[in-house]
Design a protein around this ligand. Structure first.
Ligand SMILES: Cc1cc2nc3c(=O)[nH]c(=O)nc-3n(C[C@H](O)[C@H](O)[C@H](O)COP(=O)(O)OP(=O)(O)OC[C@H]3O[C@@H](n4cnc5c(N)ncnc54)[C@H](O)[C@@H]3O)c2cc1C
Length: 339
């Protein structure tokens, strides 16, 4: 039987180290235990919140209802041919450790996503991406349990409606499913993806870069660029990079000729949110017990404050950027406990 505790502190369960309590909390290691937890929630009329590594959460206050920490484990190869393998990962597997394990087995393709914090089950929620690769590039399917009915659903890539840091789980299916397993198709032969300029530059001296070298290079770049949440609590990129259409880009460039941008699909361009925040004067700013990292304007940090303080700072940044550039920044972490 699962153990359900009440008034459990979540401060150690979120990388921003924000103080907040779960009204009820349990940890589950199997689908059977998930069924028990959902039965409990239904019979006590509790809303359910899924919790993984807590690296993409903003806990603005206590969370009402039952928080379920998904701790299912297991990595299995279920299909293989000369060039590819299909691997099933249980939701509670740590993302980076899973990549290390895959490299040891000779399963390739995830290296560019090395060192992203969090667990496997959350990876499809925002279609995690970095250094030229997104989860959806390797995704086959996922297994999820409907929170309201307990029914199991298998969803393929199309059904997940992946986009830039986006999926159906942020919209139509928001807080509707618990993902228990993710299946990915990986390469059985070493291949590398060096499309991302900083990565190509880092490995320029290697005549035959290996997947292991790519993983190590990504880890080195990330460690140099991003603050470690264990030392300075943060949730990585706090805002999504906004997309602007051709007309808005033209008018922005007329006023800000040095504004960086990257061409995306269908005439849209991506503007680095970090640049907009920096230009608005927030980089390195400290406001009470929260602030903006001094080197990375996109990373909001917690010096011992609350989720409400952090959210107030985020809203201040959004207002200033909107006023200066007419761009509405979207917060990337999922916000919970907001009254
Ligand atoms: C330093 C740092 C760097 C980062 N870099 C990147 C990056 O390069 N690219 C990137 O894309 N992201 C990045 N992130 C964000 C984050 O690591 C990812 O979004 C990650 O996938 C979150 O996983 P998690 O297990 O911590 O999820 P959590 O924070 O626990 O949860 C995030 C959301 O997913 C839901 N959820 C979690 N598990 C499940 C499940 N099994 N079933 C259903 N819903 C679930 C939660 O309810 C919540 O809504 C970074 C974060 C940090 C702190």
């Amino acid at each position: 039987m699962i153990e359900i505790a009440s008034q459990v502190s979540l401060q150690g369960y979120n990388t921003l180290a924000l103080p907040a309590c779960a009204e009820y909390f349990c940890s589950v290691t199997s689908e059977q235990q998930i069924a028990q937890a959902l039965d409990y929630a239904r019979s006590h009329n509790l809303q359910v919140t899924a919790l993984g590594g807590g690296s993409n959460l903003l806990l603005a206050g206590d969370i009402a209802g039952l928080v379920i920490y998904l701790d299912l484990r297991g990595i299995n190869c279920v299909d293989s041919c000369k060039d590819s393998v299909t691997i099933e990962f249980a939701a509670g597997e740590n993302w980076h450790k899973a990549i290390e394990y895959c490299l040891q087995q000779g399963w390739y393709g995830l290296e560019n996503l090395s060192l992203i914090p969090g667990n496997m089950g959350a990876a499809p929620i925002q279609n995690i991406g970095a250094y030229g690769v997104e989860l959806c590039d390797l995704f086959v399917s996922l297994r999820a349990i409907n929170i309201a009915t307990g029914e199991v659903l298998i969803m393929d890539r199309q059904a997940c409606e992946f986009g830039y840091r986006d999926s159906i789980f942020k919209h139509k299916y928001s807080n509707c499913y618990l993902i228990t397993q993710v299946s990915l198709e990986l390469w059985a032969q070493p291949q590398v993806n060096l499309q991302y300029p900083a990565l190509a530059e880092a490995l320029a001296a290697e005549s035959e870069p290996t997947p292991e070298m790519v993983s190590a290079a990504v880890c080195a770049i990330r460690s140099a660029k991003l603050p470690d949440p264990a030392q300075i609590p943060n949730a990585g990129s706090f805002f999504k990079n906004p997309m602007v259409d051709a007309e808005q880009l033209k008018s922005l460039l007329a006023d800000n000729p040095k504004m960086p941008f990257y061409s995306a699909d269908n005439g849209w361009s991506k503007v680095p949110a970090a640049w907009l925040i920096d230009q608005s004067g927030f980089r390195g700013l400290r406001s009470g017990n929260v602030g903006v990292h001094r080197d990375q304007a996109l990373v909001l940090v917690n010096f011992g404050g609350t989720g409400a303080e952090l959210l107030a700072l985020a809203n201040r940044i959004q207002s200033e950027v909107l006023e200066r550039f007419a761009i509405a920044l979207e917060i990337e972490p999922r916000i919970y406990g907001q009254s």
